[in-house]
Design a binder for this molecule. Structure first.
Ligand code: AMP
Length: 618
């Protein structure tokens, strides 16, 4: 039975469920919402802790999973059971990854080069989609704990260069985590939204989003006009970031202290401790001119000047990517009107100055660069929730979509950078007399020959009545819905024969796969269900406790002393049940408190109506 919450303090129905914005990052992930009162985006965090959840998953021997800060502790000590950078695996085959295989310290299955990769932990295999779903589940649970309400709808961000397979994989991960993913949004689009860009009407702006994180660098050039975010170009380096700054400092210290290779090999922890000290130094040097600390009875020292000399080549590389991105967009650096900084490494002053010099303008860095993408996702979520009806934000197809025609040629129906939703159609005909079927192969990419592009789907239009070659008129139409999912339809217009499919990229999961995985997760994880039920009961219990408390402080005059005592006793019993983690007891005590307080809501409403009517002539 569906339950509707009534706020007993005001008698009003509980507000509609919140849609959250999620930044599912390579290194860190986080959730943000639009604050219901201030209407400003905020990142969700528990008291005294960071809003960032490290995108790290640890499996213990019993395959129990922990995600986040706790899991991060096992990165060095249990590299085979501790998965980081799962985002880098999304929608990828082993062939796509083999160049960088050494980067991953856990086991990636490589027995089928073409298929989607899996990760082996112990004797279990996990797809990147499942791994990402574990992170999303953690974020969902965290948000539910903080908001004290179920969270089932989300907007999730992805890099602008993610292809269909990777977007679909992200969507599937959301589904597996029990989230209805209302929209997949480009990270630079979200960052721009967090700065309010694109929310003014009738403005046209060309912006650059410079995103330097821990391990990746992305530059995106966007054109914003009337709420449409068009990705003009993207560039970057998927293995360049703040981690490289840390390594540069480590190598400098190793040289300074004359630590030799044997020493390093013999003692694995030296490098790890130096790396931690290096990150500390890097952060310190964002605000100070020098850093010193002791290490194994020696002194580690570095000046800001030295640090800047060490990282200069990395910054140069990012600026080269900016030059390339501008060239692809056919723009000059002076055409860029606004620069948005994203990612923790943009806190380094030299990074800021260099980017500012490159574009000849001040950069926008007032929003926390770790949170800016999630905050923008929350802005988008709010618009989708209908709270900001003036804006309809549209995204853009990152790559062209088309079908194979004679000679293996790519015939583009929807060019890259078309607005989403989008529709296009074209007529084709048969090559042979009496040809009864026609194969429609759908591709994505910018190359002229389909063999160089990515095949998304294939189907046959059959039962075409026998006609001479060239006579049948086969209309092929493409429709991309607001979620970026492509529907392809082929119809022979003379006979009315038609066939259509929803394009699920080959690397993505079919609905059946997701369904199967969901079923498996249910049968294998009774514990999960029990925990979920307990969390739900606790959330509901805590919610009624806080509304009751609120009511009591505001409406003492409406209740008798006996009622007050009975309510206090029932609240105490419920609070106790919550601390004991006893689901059934929590439910009983919630019901009992509900019983006692139900008449209060009616009284509060009567009083409110009475007050409203006073002084009004009927
Ligand atoms: P992200 O991937 O966006 O979470 O960025 C994380 C990267 O930002 C890591 O390499 C951090 O060491 C780096 N970072 C965070 N804070 C600072 C800071 N104050 N100064 C320099 N780098 C920082």
């Amino acid at each position: 039975m569906a339950k509707i919450g009534i706020n007993i303090a005001t008698g009003s129905l509980q507000q509609a469920e919140m849609i959250v914005g999620i930044d599912l990052g390579t290194t860190n992930s986080l959730v943000a919402i639009i604050h219901p009162e201030s209407k400003m985006p905020i990142a969700l965090k528990e008291h005294n802790s960071s809003s960032l959840v490290p995108s790290v998953i640890h499996f213990n021997n019993a395959a129990n999973i922990t995600v986040g800060e706790e899991a991060k502790n096992y990165l060095e000590t249990e590299p085979h059971n501790t998965i980081f950078s799962a985002k880098r695996l999304m929608g990828k085959s082993y062939n796509d990854l083999k160049q960088n295989a050494a980067f991953f310290t856990y086991k990636i299955i490589d027995n089928d080069d073409e298929k989607l990769v899996k990760v082996q932990v112990g004797n279990k295999f996990y797809s990147p989609i499942e791994l990402s779903s574990f992170i999303l589940k953690e974020l969902k649970a965290k948000a539910e704990h903080i908001l004290k309400t179920p969270v089932t709808k989300a907007v999730i961000t992805v890099p602008a260069y993610f292809n269909d397979a990777q977007r679909q994989a992200t969507r599937d991960a959301g589904k597996l985590a029990g989230l209805d993913v209302l929209r997949i949004v480009n990270e630079p689009t979200a960052a721009a939204l967090a700065y309010g860009l694109g929310l003014e009407k009738e403005t046209e702006k060309t912006i650059a989003v410079y995103d330097l994180g821990g391990g990746t660098f992305d530059i995106s050039i966007l054109k914003i006009s009337n709420g449409i975010f068009e990705v003009l170009s993207t560039n970057g380096n998927t293995y360049l970031g703040g981690d490289d700054f840390d390594h540069a400092i480590v190598n400098y210290w190793i040289e300074e202290l004359s630590i030799n290779d044997e020493e390093l090999k013999a003692n694995n922890s030296i490098k790890q401790s130096l790396r931690l000290k290096a990150e500390e130094a890097k952060k310190h040097l964002s605000f100070n001119d020098e850093f010193s600390t002791s290490f194994n009875e020696k002194e580690l020292f570095i000046t800001k000047q030295k640090f800047e000399a060490l990282i200069q080549p990395f910054i140069e590389q990012t600026l080269q990517c900016c030059t390339n991105a501008l060239k692809d967009a056919a723009l000059q650096s002076t055409d860029i009107e606004t620069i948005v900084m994203v990612g923790g490494s943009t806190r380094v002053p030299l990074v800021k100055h260099s980017v500012s010099n490159f574009f000849g303008k001040e950069v926008n860095d007032s929003v926390n660069p770790d949170e800016v993408v999630a905050l923008g996702a929350a802005v988008q979520a709010d618009i989708l929730a209908g709270n900001n009806k003036e804006f309809l934000l549209l995204d853009i197809t990152p790559l062209s979509l088309g079908i194979e025609t004679m000679g293996g040629l790519m015939d583009v129906l929807i060019p890259r950078n078309s607005k989403i939703p989008s529709k296009a159609g074209r007529q084709y005909t048969t090559q042979k007399d009496g040809q009864g079927s026609m194969r429609i192969s759908v591709y994505q990419g910018e190359r002229d020959l389909v063999k160089d592009n990515r095949k998304l789907a294939e189907f046959n239009l059959t039962n075409i009545p026998g006609m001479p070659a060239g006579l049948p008129k086969v209309e092929v139409s493409f429709l991309i819905n607001a979620d970026g999912i492509l529907m392809v339809k082929a119809k022979e217009l003379r006979s009315g024969v038609e066939q259509s499919i929803e394009v699920k990229p080959q690397y993505g999961l079919t609905d059946d796969d997701v369904e199967k995985m969901l079923l498996e997760s249910i049968t294998h994880a009774k514990d999960d269900i029990a925990i979920r039920a307990l969390v739900e009961a606790k959330t509901e219990g805590e919610q009624i406790l806080s509304t009751t408390e609120n009511f009591l402080t505001k409406n003492t005059s409406l209740i008798t002393k006996d009622e007050m005592l009975a309510t206090a006793a029932a609240m105490q019993a419920l609070q106790l049940a919550i601390t004991m983690d006893d689901k059934n007891l929590i439910q009983t005590k919630t019901e009992e408190l509900n019983e006692i307080t139900r008449p209060f809501a009616e009284r509060a409403m009567d009083a409110a109506v009475g007050a409203a009517l006073k002084g009004k002539q009927l």
